[in-house]
Design a protein around this ligand. Structure first.
Ligand code: ASP
Length: 419
C-alpha cells in the first residue's frame, strides 16, 4: 500500500514539475523568443502535437469508460431494490447533493468570473459545434437514442448514459441469466480503469506541452485566470462542505457536525493524497464504524457512493464550464445551465473513483452545451491539485449520507459518535 501511495505521489510531483517548467518556459518564449521559427516548429509544431496527442488519448477513454462504468454502476444500483429503503434514500441523497453542488459551482464561478480576461479564439471545428447548439425540446428528445450503436460511435454522451443505465438495471434484474455479459462489463470496466491510469502516466509530458503552449501564447496574463479558476473550485468545495454537508448533518441527522469533521478528517487526508474514492472505501467504512455508524449501512452506501456520488467532481465541472465559456466568449443561457446541471450530475454518476477521470467526463459536459472540448487544455495543467481536493469532498459526501441514513434508521451508536 505504502509503495503504491509513493508511486501515486511520484506522479503528482511530476505533473507539478511539468506544470511549473512549462509555465516558466512558455513565459520566456512569450517574452523574448517569439520568433517565427519557434512559433512554427516548437509552439505550433512539437508542443501542439504532444499536447493534442495527450488530449486525444484522453478522449479515446471517454466512451468505453463512461459506458462500462455506468453499466457496472447501475448494475449495483439495480441491487439497491433489495435493500429497499436504504437504497432509495441514498440514491435520492446522492443525486440531490450532486445537483446542489453544481448549482453552487455555477453560482460561485459567476461571481468570481475566472475566465473573462482570457480572450481565446475558437478552433474552427469547435466554432461549428457552437452554432449547431440545439433547442431545449431537442435536447430532451435527444436523450432517447434511436440507434444506440450510432450513439456509441458518435460519442452522444446523454444517449450513451441512458442506454448504459438501462442495460445495467436489466443485468441486475436478470442475475444468473445474464452472468456472462455482467462479468464482461465488469472486466471491461477494469480494463478501462487500467487504460486511464496508463494515459495518466503521460500526464506530466502532456501538461508540460499544453502549459508551455498556453503561456507562450498568452504570457503571464494566463496566470491570473488560472488562479481564479482554482480559487473558484476550492471555494465551491468549501461551500459544499461547510454549508451543504454540515447543515444536512445538523438538520437531518441532528448530530454535531463539527464532531463529524474532526473525526473524519484523516479519511479526507487519505482521499486527498490518493485522489481516488475507490482506494478510500475501506478506510471510510472503518472510520465510520469507529464513529458509531453501523457497517450494515456503510458497507452498502460507501461503495455505492464511491461509484456514483462525486459532488466535488461535479463542482469542478460546473466551474470549468463557466470558465471555458468565458474564456472563449460563448455566453450560456439559462437553459444551458439546466443542461449543465443534468449533464454534470450524470457525468458524476459515470465518473469512476480513480484519479483524473473527472477531467475525462468533463468532455461530455462541455459538449452538452456546445463548448469546445479543447478548453480542457487550459485547466489540465492545474487539475492534479484540484483532483486531490475534490476527491476529499467526494468521499465526505458518501460518509455524510451514510451518517444521516444510519441515524434515521437508528443504526448509530451515539456514545461512540459523541466520545
Ligand atoms: N479522482 C476522483 C475520485 O476518485 C474522480 C475525479 O474527479 O477525477 O473521486
Amino acid at each position: 500500500m505504502t509503495e503504491q501511495k509513493k508511486k501515486k505521489m511520484g506522479l503528482t510531483s511530476k505533473i507539478f514539475i511539468g506544470l511549473l517548467v512549462g509555465a516558466i518556459l512558455g513565459s520566456i518564449i512569450n517574452w523574448k523568443f517569439n520568433t517565427d521559427f519557434i512559433q512554427k516548429y516548437i509552439v505550433e509544431g512539437v508542443l501542439f502535437i504532444v499536447g493534442q496527442g495527450f488530449i486525444r488519448a484522453m478522449q479515446m477513454l471517454v466512451v468505453p469508460l463512461v459506458f462500462a462504468s455506468l453499466v457496472t454502476g447501475s448494475m449495483s444500483m439495480g441491487d439497491t431494490t433489495k435493500l429497499g429503503k436504504i437504497g432509495i434514500k441514498s440514491m435520492a441523497f446522492y443525486l440531490t447533493t450532486t445537483s446542489l453542488a453544481i448549482a453552487i459551482a455555477l453560482g460561485v464561478s459567476n461571481i468570481i468570473n475566472p475566465g473573462t480576461n482570457l480572450k481565446l479564439t475558437l478552433p474552427t471545428a469547435a466554432a461549428k459545434e457552437v452554432v449547431e447548439k440545439t433547442s431545449m425540446v431537442d435536447t430532451i428528445l435527444n436523450i432517447i437514442p434511436t440507434n444506440p450503436i450510432s450513439s456509441l460511435a458518435n460519442g452522444e454522451m446523454l444517449q450513451i448514459i441512458v442506454f448504459a443505465l438501462v442495460i445495467g438495471i436489466i443485468l441486475a434484474k436478470l442475475g444468473e441469466k445474464a452472468k456472462t455479459t455482467a462479468n464482461f462489463m465488469v472486466e471491461l470496466n477494469n480494463i478501462m480503469m487500467e487504460m486511464t491510469m496508463m494515459v495518466m502516466k503521460l500526464a506530466p509530458i502532456g501538461v508540460f506541452a499544453l502549459i508551455t503552449r498556453t503561456f507562450a501564447g498568452l504570457g503571464l496574463s494566463a496566470m491570473l485566470p488560472m488562479f481564479k479558476y482554482m480559487f473558484s473550485v476550492i471555494a465551491g468545495l468549501g461551500a459544499q462542505l461547510f454549508l451543504v454537508y454540515m447543515l444536512l448533518l445538523f438538520v437531518l441527522a441532528k448530530v454535531n457536525p463539527f464532531k463529524f469533521l474532526k473525526k473524519f478528517f484523516p479519511v479526507m487526508g487519505f482521499a486527498f493524497s490518493t485522489a481516488s474514492s475507490n482506494a478510500t472505501i475501506p478506510l471510510n467504512i472503518n472510520k465510520l464504524a469507529d464513529m458509531g455508524i453501523s457497517k450494515k449501512v456503510s458497507s452498502f452506501t460507501i461503495p455505492l457512493g464511491a461509484t456514483i456520488n462525486m459532488d466535488g467532481t461535479a463542482i469542478m465541472q460546473g466551474v470549468a464550464v463557466v470558465f471555458i465559456s468565458q474564456a472563449y466568449g460563448i455566453p450560456l443561457t439559462l437553459a444551458d445551465y439546466g443542461t449543465v446541471i443534468l449533464a454534470a450530475t450524470l457525468a458524476s454518476v459515470g465518473t469512476a473513483g480513480i484519479p483524473s477521470v473527472g477531467l475525462v467526463t468533463l468532455t461530455m459536459v462541455l459538449s452538452s452545451v456546445g463548448l469546445p472540448t479543447e478548453g480542457i487544455a487550459l485547466i489540465m495543467g492545474i487539475d492534479r491539485i484540484l483532483d486531490m481536493s475534490r476527491t476529499a469532498i467526494n468521499i465526505t459526501g458518501d460518509a455524510v449520507c451514510s451518517t444521516i441514513i444510519a441515524k434515521q434508521e437508528n443504526m448509530v451508536d451515539l456514545k461512540k459518535y459523541n466520545s
